[in-house]
Design a protein around this ligand. Structure first.
Ligand SMILES: *Cc1c(COP(=O)(O)O)cnc(C)c1O
Length: 457
């Protein structure tokens, strides 16, 4: 393969929050020291970013005078510090496993702050949810039967959502079609140990338009439920608010210019997350609330008039800018006259888009450990993990460096808090699990690390 000297080199620098930019520039020696102490990769978390993200969404909802409850979709990141930040800011938590539930409870969340989604809850998970009276989103008529069977005879009314599978999600295995929702309502009519709180959906993709369509179906079911004598109070629109990782113009230029030979595989991935989309999560929510639901009435208007609370479970959008992943380079190896592979220390499973046949279309930032001795020519390189697996690659995309990096330098992936940090982490080759620490400020305003564990955040 050869370089394309005439091609426009459209880079994809990440959007950075001031605290992150500061750490990578002014405090670079401190970052190098942290990696020396805690190893590579190192996951760094800023819980205060989650609070800022929540505040931005709440501003939009309050501005539209819409009653609301935001549950942080805790599965997006294993950090208890982020869960605790959500609780501190007055949000609830969406727990989708027994273990997320237990962590939430240990952080002091009572059941009223919790919702449980997830399609295949175990009976043990049901029991612990019932014990704290947390809201349960029921995924199917089958789950409803299991839940009823497990309810104690003297149970206090257990609040539930019924999860709708909107019409345009026919191939999804999550939720149930409208007629099954009505069937469940019939079943609920004779069961006073359960309280129907409202409709829930979570659809794939990142377009607000699909949520408006689903809301319209949910609105019909709210009306039907009221005719049947129920008093639903909420519609829950799930998550999927889009995050902006890179500037929109750079992203579009990059997509337009990229070619198969930009990848070491000789193949462009078929699909990418919309890394440089046009809308921030707050813009997206604003569009959704302003959109016409029916007969000239907006979504916000509908919710206000019907006295409904809008619930949502953003995961990625609340973890936006809340974490980075720092890799230390262990070797830079020439593969040809202008191509290199950069090996990083530790498992690459922490930055994992390549395992989904896609690519994290955000450039890593090089933090040099020492000044380069001699001026080297520009190189291109792909990034690989330390293991002996051919597919253990962080970036199949050829990355361009103005000069060859050196072993000991750091490569930092910014904004990894949303699914990019710990989804596939493991101890392959018995390499220890990556450390995860929270970045706080000391009395002088200098960044310091705090353990990201329950009870110590
Ligand atoms: C994963 C998930 C979410 C969060 O999705 P994001 O895209 O991270 O906002 C919300 N609700 C349900 C039911 C989920 O499974």
């Amino acid at each position: 393969m050869t370089l394309h000297p005439h091609k426009i080199d459209s880079g994809l620098p990440p959007i950075l929050r001031a605290a992150t930019a500061d750490l990578l520039t002014r405090h670079a020696p401190r970052l190098l020291d942290w990696v020396a102490r805690h190893g590579s990769p190192l996951n760094l978390v800023w819980p205060d970013a989650l609070e800022d993200n929540l505040a931005a969404l709440k501003d939009v909802l309050t501005g539209h005078r819409v009653e609301h409850v935001i549950y942080y979709g805790a599965k997006v990141n294993k950090s208890p510090g982020l869960m605790q930040a959500a609780l501190r800011a007055g949000a609830g938590l969406d727990v989708s496993s027994l273990y997320e539930l237990r962590d939430a409870r240990r952080l002091g969340a009572d059941g009223a702050r919790l919702v449980a989604t997830g399609p295949a809850k175990t009976s043990e998970f049901h029991q612990e949810l019932i014990a704290c009276n947390a809201l349960i989103s029921v995924d199917s008529p089958e789950e409803l039967e299991d839940l009823i069977e497990g309810l104690p005879a003297d149970a206090r009314p257990q609040p539930i959502f019924l999860r709708l599978r909107p019409r345009d999600q026919r191939k999804s295995r999550f939720g149930m079609p409208a007629d099954a929702v009505v069937h469940c309502l019939t079943r609920l009519a004779g069961e006073n140990r359960l309280r129907f709180a409202g409709l829930h959906f979570h659809v794939s993709g990142y377009r607000w338009e699909t949520r408006v369509a689903a809301l319209s179906e949910a609105a019909d079911l709210v009306a039907e439920a009221r005719r049947m004598g129920f008093s639903p109070r909420m519609i829950d629109i799930g998550g999927g608010l889009p995050v902006q990782y890179v500037d929109q113009a750079s992203y579009e230029a990059h997509l337009a210019a990229q070619a198969p030979e930009d990848y070491r595989t000789g193949k462009k991935p078929d699909s990418f997350y919309p890394y440089g989309g046009p809308l921030s999560p707050a813009d997206w929510l604003h569009r959704l609330l302003e959109a016409e639901l029916r007969q000239g009435r907006s979504v916000a208007d509908y919710l206000r008039r019907e006295g409904l609370t809008l619930a949502m479970e953003p995961g990625r959008a609340l973890a936006d800018q809340a974490a980075i992943t720092v890799f230390r380079i262990s070797r830079v190896k020439a593969l040809g006259p202008d191509s290199h592979v950069i090996f990083v220390e530790g498992s690459s499973f922490s930055a994992c888009e390549t395992w989904f046949a896609s690519e994290f279309l955000v450039d890593p930032i090089l933090v040099p450990a020492t000044r380069p001795a001699a001026q080297s020519p520009p190189i291109r390189a792909y990034l690989a993990g330390h293991s002996c697996l051919d597919e253990d690659v962080l970036s199949n995309r050829w990355l361009r460096f103005p000069a060859a990096p050196n072993a000991g330098d750091l490569l930092v992936y910014a904004n990894t808090g949303g699914y990019q940090m710990d989804l596939l982490e493991n101890e392959f080759h018995r390499h220890p699990m990556p450390a995860r620490l929270c970045v706080m400020k000391d009395a002088e305003g200098q960044p310091i690390l705090v353990r990201d564990t329950i009870g110590e955040v």
